[in-house]
Design a protein around this ligand. Structure first.
Ligand SMILES: [Fe+2]
Length: 289
């Protein structure tokens, strides 16, 4: 099947014209996966999927994640928290809807990639809006393939082989500048991970691995490392690599977590804004060259 598509910016984001029946049949799954990798973000307007349909679409595209590895105890055991029993995670600060994870969402206001505390980050996520914010709340996506591909060759050579330490504490540095002792100790239960700065994908393409969790380049002077990571984040989030999504009820949005960063623009935390997210399990290790 060939989908009708329209690019939303030259480097990132494509709108698909399709109805629920066509998408849920699975006949377009291979095409959607290829488009996700090429374009980073796919949008379908006015489709109005319900939870069961959103899950069915996700199952047609990959393997749905029903929990997330999030904690490492002091003796090194990893516990798996059920982020969502049914595969639907409610992205909201409304604690009646999202009692366990609301405060973790503060990190979503900073540019990040999901799953930098895992060896195999999620492949993609699928979002639908259920309650809109009156102002703000636009979600932005930056194409980290395009940002890498445009770097000068000398810089690509310099970056290749560098590794970066990722921590949960770094994730919240900007949004929670004065954490409590409890917050700090909770963040430190997350595994600290070291990942390559340039992801060599199985496809042969390469992308930058940047996130608010990026703390320090291994073996590099701290000042030099901060300057490099800041410079690359500014580079990768230039307007030409970014698509900003203005939510409307009925939207469906899918993004490739392995080749983009994302963030949400500030909105009133009390306004009840809620999106439903289904996440697809990753298929490719960050460490694989
Ligand atoms: Fe996220």
């Amino acid at each position: 099947m060939t989908l009708a598509t329209m690019n939303l910016t030259p480097r990132v984001g494509t709108e698909i014209k399709a109805d629920a029946k066509a998408l849920l049949s699975g006949s377009a799954a291979a095409e959607i996966r290829a488009l996700l990798e090429q374009r980073g973000v796919l949008i379908v307007r006015n489709i109005g999927l319900e939870d069961a349909q959103q899950l069915a679409l996700a199952k047609a595209l990959g393997t749905v994640r029903f929990g997330t590895v999030r904690k490492e105890t002091q003796d090194g055991n990893v516990t798996v928290d059920k982020e969502s029993e049914d595969g639907i995670f409610k992205v909201t600060f409304d604690k009646t809807q999202n009692p366990m994870y609301a405060e973790y969402l503060l990190g979503t206001f900073c540019w990040h990639m999901d799953g930098t505390f895992e060896d195999v980050p999620p492949l993609a996520s699928i979002l639908t809006p259920r309650v809109l914010s009156p102002t703000g709340g636009q979600t932005e996506f930056a194409n980290t393939y395009a940002a890498y591909e445009d770097l000068p060759e000398s810089e690509k050579t310099f970056l290749d082989g560098l590794e970066v330490v990722h921590t949960m504490e770094a994730n919240y540095r900007e949004v929670v500048p004065n954490p409590t002792v409890d917050q700090l100790s909770d963040w430190r239960t997350y595994p600290q991970k070291t990942h390559p700065l340039v992801w060599h994908h199985r496809s042969g393409r390469k992308s930058l691995v940047l996130s608010s969790s990026s703390t320090q380049v291994v073996g590099m002077d701290l000042k030099e490392s901060d300057a490099l990571l800041r410079r690359l984040k500014v580079w990768a989030t230039q307007a030409k690599y970014v698509y900003q999504h203005q939510w409307k009820m009925g939207d469906l949005l899918m993004w490739d977590n392995t080749g983009t960063m994302h963030r949400v623009l500030r909105y009133d935390l009390e306004c009840g804004r809620r999106l439903h997210r289904v996440t697809l399990i990753g298929e490719e290790s960050l460490a694989a060259a």
